[in-house]
Design a protein around this ligand. Sequence first.
Ligand SMILES: [Zn+2]
Length: 212
Amino acid sequence: MNQHHPDSLTLMEFSAGNMTEPHALCIRLHLDQCSQCRSRVDMLDSLGAVMMEQQPQVSVSGSMFGTILDRIDNDPVEPEPLQHGRPLNPLQKLLGEDLTKLPWKRQLCDASVLDISDHFPDQTEQVVLQKLTAGGRAPAHTHRGQETTIVLQGAFSDNKGVFKQWDFVVLDEQDVHKPVALQGDDCITLSILSAPVKLTGMFTRLLNPFIR
Ligand SMILES: [Zn+2]
């Protein structure tokens, strides 16, 4: 079962259809594997439908809105067993089934990157796949904007914890992190960068031209 989930506001944006295509893709990939968040989105969808029906007679106050979010956050949900033999997920439909066979670009000994922004021509954020060899380290970096990441394969750890397959994490300029891939599988993540990554370690000058 996943430890790192999108927060309620993010799920609400998703339910309301207020997301760019790559952000919605990250949420869909997570929902596909996380029954807990799926139930939350179902509740939000129902709530949205009720609010649409009631408009314009009923408005939701700030405190009521907070209560609803709290209930959604604290509502216990029984995890469903994962199904096998699932159809291709939306990312596999876009890029093919085997992510390891994509034309990765090597950044530093352990880290590779593939910019897939071209698949989302209607938006301005950078969309990248990042791969870290099993047991490998990524260069230390901060983020100038927000980075939304979902783990597609393997797992990595940093100062905030361990992030496993289908975990969801949002980082911003406050976070200096130095991800290390766990042993076993290469770690592949899908990230949406609202601004370029800024390297903080000794390779900064060497790598900045390559990490945009
Ligand atoms: Zn979840």
